[in-house]
Ligand binder design. Structure first.
Ligand SMILES: NC(=O)c1ccc[n+]([C@@H]2O[C@H](COP(=O)([O-])OP(=O)(O)OC[C@H]3O[C@@H](n4cnc5c(N)ncnc54)[C@H](OP(=O)(O)O)[C@@H]3O)[C@@H](O)[C@H]2O)c1
Length: 278
């Protein structure tokens, strides 16, 4: 039986990594839709700047929470914060994530573990934490930010591509399990998007970066938001990426591996420990 929203609690949309890049652009889309927001990231300064920008132009409440989602108790921290502020999670946008460029064997173990903790564990924990209440209410949903990289293996970005494959697989399965409940579960899987993400992961001389290919964060978010609200399970923004996704269904991935390796391999030797090239 479907129960009504919790009494005296107001609905809110949680956007992890909502302070910049695609997360900020998604926050603007949800703000446009009139939803109150909770933005979660590590830098309080950037969170406040973004919250100020959004609330100056939209008639909604924007809350911020400084939280490192790679830490194990991050889900509990978000729940306590929501309770304290009298909100419940209507929509969850699992956007925070980072990549790692270079040879898997050369990255230190702690950095790889950190990637799995953020891209996989935090996303899974938050989904498990908020989905049962959404199902009980028969309302709301989860938008996971995956990547086209999750559609095939990615040599020289191995752990990142694998983490996004998990996100796509989890999303499709949860979408199936939630079918007909009123709860929407979607994954946004963009190709390259022009944000600081690539420089942060140490990708600078790779062909895909040098080609300058990519769409804006605003376009990725606009298509992600509308696809989610329209009930699409897997949203691939941009015509080129959509064609690429069709090709990935037809061409055996083993044949594509040399091309992916060529596309993703750094042209300048990279020392992953220093985070710089030499
Ligand atoms: N850019 C692309 O080409 C692209 C393509 C496909 C998919 N994606 C995916 O889209 C998502 C967003 O990417 P983006 O390009 O917008 O990246 P971005 O510009 O680097 O922004 C990342 C956001 O996540 C936050 N964040 C990072 N680590 C965090 C942590 N441990 N705890 C909490 N917040 C954290 C950052 O804030 P703080 O640093 O202050 O914590 C920032 O708000 C990622 O999941 C990425 O994998 C990106």
């Amino acid at each position: 039986m479907i129960s009504s929203a919790p009494q005296q609690l107001a609905p809110i949309t949680i956007i992890t990594g909502g302070s910049e890049g695609i997360g900020k652009a998604l926050a603007l889309e949800f703000a446009q839709g009139g939803f109150d927001l909770l933005l979660v990231a590590r830098s309080q300064q950037r969170l406040e700047k973004t919250a100020h920008e959004i609330s100056a132009t939209h008639d909604i409440n924007v809350l911020t929470l400084k939280c490192d989602l790679a830490e194990e108790d991050s889900g509990g921290k978000i729940t306590s914060f929501l309770k304290h502020k009298n909100y419940y999670c209507q929509y969850l946008v699992n956007n925070a994530g980072f990549g790692l460029a270079g040879d898997f064997a050369k990255h230190d173990e702690a950095t790889i573990r950190n990637l799995v903790d953020l891209n996989v564990r935090a996303l899974t924990d938050l989904s498990r934490q908020f989905l049962p209440d959404m199902l009980e209410r028969g309302d709301g949903g989860i938008l996971n930010i995956a990547s086209m990289g999750g559609l095939l293996p990615g040599p020289y970005q191995a752990a990142y591509y694998a983490s996004k494959a998990y996100v796509i697989s989890l999303t499709k399965a949860l979408s199936w399990e939630s079918w007909g409940t009123g709860v929407q579960i979607s994954a946004l899987a963009p190709g390259p998007v022009k944000t600081k993400f690539h420089a942060r992961m140490g990708a600078r001389s790779e062909l895909y970066v040098k080609s300058g290919a990519g769409i804006s964060a605003a376009k990725a978010a606009r298509m992600g938001y509308s696809g989610f609200m329209c009930g699409k399970c897997l949203i691939i923004p941009g015509i080129l990426s959509q064609l690429g996704a069709v090709a990935l269904k037809i061409i055996p991935h083993d044949l594509l591996m040399p091309f992916m390796a060529w596309f993703l391999k750094a042209r300048i030797q990279h020392n992953p420990k220093s985070g710089d090239r030499f």
